[in-house]
Design a binder for this molecule. Structure first.
Ligand code: ADP
Ligand code: MG
Length: 331
């Protein structure tokens, strides 16, 4: 009898310890999943007390990103395509209106460097297609017709283009919003610690359980090498670079971020990393700063107190805002 009780007690103790162990692993080992959406690999890492519930929250976050892609991407039913193919004003979703409003603000403050009306120029170059090519100056001039900071108007949730030829492209900003939404879905599901990475557009929920998130900044000219790291919590960190989507012709690199003034890929930077409270803002700013280059780019940041940046110039020199330096460690 005594023995049986001791045995039972021992079993109970082992079970209790095992229970504690299980819970510990669940919290210290993240759940990781990846999926292809918005033309890139999306990776989500999340820590939660219950692995199955955490995996479900990650699935919901992916579903949310797919919803944003359908709303703002190149698909036929998207708000962007509806604006482009309409003759008159178009009622868009409140979310698209929010993205357009911020995009138009960055467009104005950047003197048109950020431009959501480059749809025809993007199609002309075909940089993200199987058959990219360098167009003629005449073709470029033609594709720029109907683009520019004044080409798109927004009143409330009603968007209208001024020129029948304008084509809206939210490729420089929508991914940021989708990443924000994924992070919000994770947080709403009770996840206190997570990272969403959409090919260099990141949003961090909280910190890791043991330390801050440590984000490596890709060296734009050495694949797989990092320039340094930033340590952050509850923030977005977004990189725009000339090294991810590009082709080479006669020794010249042609990439996917265009200078709206010339219609050619922007030439003053190799990469730009922006940290900000939201990925929506960080995404728009990274593209804008890439076009503006180090000097004008850092000047634009003065309008956005919560945003910081690292600009790798065309000559590979590093240009940093003060607040960026504070969180960074260099190699
Ligand atoms: P990534 O897509 O690599 O994260 P960006 O956020 O810089 O990089 O977005 C680049 C995309 O933005 C291009 O593929 C194109 O759709 C669009 N784009 C290109 N040039 C501009 C520009 N000057 N302003 C706004 N959007 C742009
Ligand atoms: Mg961008």
């Amino acid at each position: 009898m005594k023995r049986a009780i001791i045995l039972l007690l021992a079993v109970a103790i082992v079970a209790a310890v095992a229970g504690v162990r299980l819970r510990e692993t669940a919290e210290t080992e993240p759940v990781y999943a990846s999926r292809i959406l918005m033309g890139t690999v999306i990776e989500i890492t999340a820590f939660g007390p219950d692995r199955r519930a955490t995996a479900r929250a990650i699935d919901a976050a992916f579903a949310e990103m797919a919803r944003i892609e359908a709303l703002m991407g190149p698909g036929e039913q998207s708000d962007a395509v509806r604006i482009s193919s309409a003759d008159g004003p178009v009622e868009v979703s409140p979310e698209t209106a929010k993205v357009l409003a911020l995009g138009l603000e960055v467009a104005e403050r950047s003197g048109g460097a950020f431009d959501m009306t480059l749809g025809r120029l993007k199609a002309l170059w075909g940089i993200e297609t199987e058959a990219p090519r360098v167009p003629s100056p005449e073709e470029i001039a033609g594709a720029l017709e109907g683009s520019g900071a004044q080409a798109l108007r927004l009143e409330g949730a009603t968007a209208a283009k001024r020129n029948p030829r304008t084509e809206v492209d939210l490729g420089g900003i929508a991914k940021g919003y989708a990443v924000d939404r994924a992070a919000e879905v994770l947080a709403a599901a009770g996840i206190a610690s997570a990272a969403v990475n959409a090919g260099g557009d990141m949003r961090l929920v909280g910190a890791r359980p043991d330390r801050l998130w440590r984000i490596g900044i890709q060296d734009p000219r050495r694949s797989g090498a990092v320039l340094g790291t930033v340590e952050l919590r509850d923030a977005a960190v977004v990189t725009s670079g000339d090294y991810e989507r590009f082709f080479e012709h006669d020794g010249v690199r042609y990439h996917h971020i265009f200078d709206p003034r010339t219609g050619y890929p922007a030439r003053t930077a190799q990469s730009v990393t922006v940290t900000a409270p939201s990925a929506l803002l960080a995404d728009a700013l990274a593209t804008a700063l890439f076009v503006l280059g180090p000097e004008e780019g850092l000047a634009l940041l003065e309008h956005y107190p919560g945003a910081e940046a690292l600009i790798v110039g065309a000559d590979a020199e590093l240009h940093l805002s003060e607040g960026f330096e504070a969180n960074a460690t260099w190699r």
